[in-house]
Ligand binder design. Structure first.
Ligand code: F2R
Ligand code: MG
Length: 312
C-alpha cells in the first residue's frame, strides 16, 4: 500500500545516490540478519561452523530486523524523509501481513495497536509502564537511515534516526541506539578507503549520541583497543544477550570498526560473540557494507538470503 504522496519529482536526481546507498546497506543488514539467524536455528552446528567458517546451509530466512528496515526503506523512497505517520502505517501493514518474523513481545503489542488505529505516539508508550522500550529494535534497523542521509550533516542524520526510532521506541535510550548506529553508518560511507576510519567511526557515534547507558557503553568501546579479542570486547561491551540498546550497540560499533574492510570477516567475528546474533550481525552488516561499497558482500552470502519482499 502506498502510504505517502510520492517523492516530489524535483527531488529524484538528488536522491539517486541516496537510493543506491540505501539498497547497499539494506543488503548488508539483511544478509547479516539472515546469516546470524541461522546460528539460532542450528545451535548444534554453531561451534563446528564457527571453527571452520563453513557457511550455514540456505536458504537464510530474514527476521524482524530486515522487515522493519524494509519499512523504513519503503518510507524513505516514497516520502523522501522519515515521515513518522507513514512509517508507523508501513510497520503495522508489514507486521499484519507477516507477524511471524521473530518480533519481540513489546513489538507485537505496539504494532498490533498501531494496526488497530492507536496513534503511534500512544502505542509506543503501551510497554514498560509507559516508559517505552529501550530495546535494540530501533538500532537494528537504523543503518538504512544513515545510508539515506549519508551526505547530510551528522546532526541531521541523528535527527532523522531519532524520528525513525520514536515510532516504536519512546524510551530515550532506545532512540540513542538508533542515533549511534545511523551516525556510524553515515560515517562509514563517508570514510571509505580511510585506514584510520575504525576508531573515528566510534568517536563520531559517541559525539552525536545523547547521554545515557548506550552512550556510556560507546565510551567504553572507545577505551577498548580494536586489536583486543572478541571475547574481551563482548565481556566489556555485551553481545545483545539482554536485547537492550546499551548491551548491543556499543559492541556492534566496536565489531564493525574492527573489520570495516571485510564484510565476511565482520560477520564471522560478530556471530562468534553469540548473544542476539541476528541483530548484532544486521547492525554490523548494515554499517560495514557502506564502508566496503558495491560488491563488498560476497555473492555466496547474498544468494543464500531469502529474496526481499517489498515493492521496490
Ligand atoms: N526479541 C526477539 N526475538 C524473540 C522473540 C521470538 C519469538 N518467540 C518468535 O520467534 O516470534 N527479537 C527481536 O527483538 C529485539 C528488538 O526488539 P525491541 O522491539 O527493541 O524489544 P523490546 O521487547 O521492546 O525490548 C527488548 C528487551 O529489553 C528489555 N527492555 C526494553 N525496554 C525496557 C524498559 N523500559 N525497562 C526495562 N526493560 C526493558 C526487556 O527485557 C525486553 O524484553 C531484536 O533482537 C529483534 O530481533
Ligand atoms: Mg531478529
Amino acid at each position: 500500500m502506498k502510504v505517502c504522496l510520492a517523492v516530489v519529482r524535483g527531488e529524484m536526481s538528488t536522491t539517486m545516490n541516496a537510493e543506491a546507498r540505501l539498497r547497499l546497506s539494506l543488503d548488508g543488514l539483511s544478509v547479516g540478519d539472515a546469516f546470524g539467524e541461522r546460528f539460532f536455528v542450528d545451535p548444534a552446528l554453531i561451534f563446528q561452523q564457527l571453527g571452520h567458517r563453513s557457511m550455514p546451509p540456505g536458504p537464510w530466512r530474514y527476521s524482524d530486523d530486515t522487515e522493519m528496515a524494509l519499512a523504513i526503506a519503503q518510507t524513505l523512497l516514497e516520502c523522501g524523509h522519515v515521515d513518522q505517520d507513514a512509517l508507523a502505517r508501513t510497520f503495522a501493514d508489514r507486521y499484519a501481513e507477516e507477524p511471524h518474523r521473530g518480533y519481540g513481545a513489546g513489538a507485537h503489542r505496539i504494532l498490533e495497536a498501531i494496526a488497530f488505529e492507536t496513534p503511534w505516539q500512544q502505542a509506543a508508550r503501551l510497554v514498560f509502564d509507559g516508559q517505552g522500550s529501550m530495546g535494540n529494535g530501533a538500532a537494528m534497523r537504523a543503518p538504512v537511515v544513515g545510508a539515506w542521509c549519508a551526505d547530510l550533516p551528522l546532526e541531521e542524520v541523528a535527527q532523522e534516526a531519532r524520528r525513525s526510532a520514536e515510532v516504536t521506541h519512546a524510551h530515550p535510550d532506545g532512540q540513542a541506539g538508533a542515533i549511534a548506529v545511523a551516525v556510524a553508518a553515515a560515517w562509514a560511507w563517508r570514510s571509505r578507503g580511510d585506514l584510520e576510519a575504525g576508531r573515528r567511526l566510534i568517536e563520531a557515534a559517541f559525539e552525536h549520541t545523547p547521554p545515557g547507558e548506550t552512550r556510556d557503553g560507546i565510551h567504553k568501546a572507545l577505551g577498548t583497543p580494536l586489536s583486543a579479542s572478541i571475547t574481551l570486547g563482548m565481556e566489556r561491551l555485551g553481545n545483545g544477550r539482554r536485547i537492550l540498546s546499551s548491551d548491543t550497540v556499543p559492541f556492534c560499533l566496536w565489531s564493525a570498526a574492527r573489520r570495516l574492510e571485510s564484510f565476511e570477516d565482520a560477520m564471522w567475528q560478530t556471530v562468534s560473540a553469540l548473544g542476539d546474533r541476528d541483530t548484532t550481525c544486521a547492525i554490523v552488516g548494515g554499517i560495514v557494507s557502506l564502508f566496503g561499497g558495491p560488491g563488498c558482500i560476497p555473492e555466496d552470502m547474498l544468494t543464500q538470503r531469502e529474496t526481499l519482499n517489498w515493492p521496490h
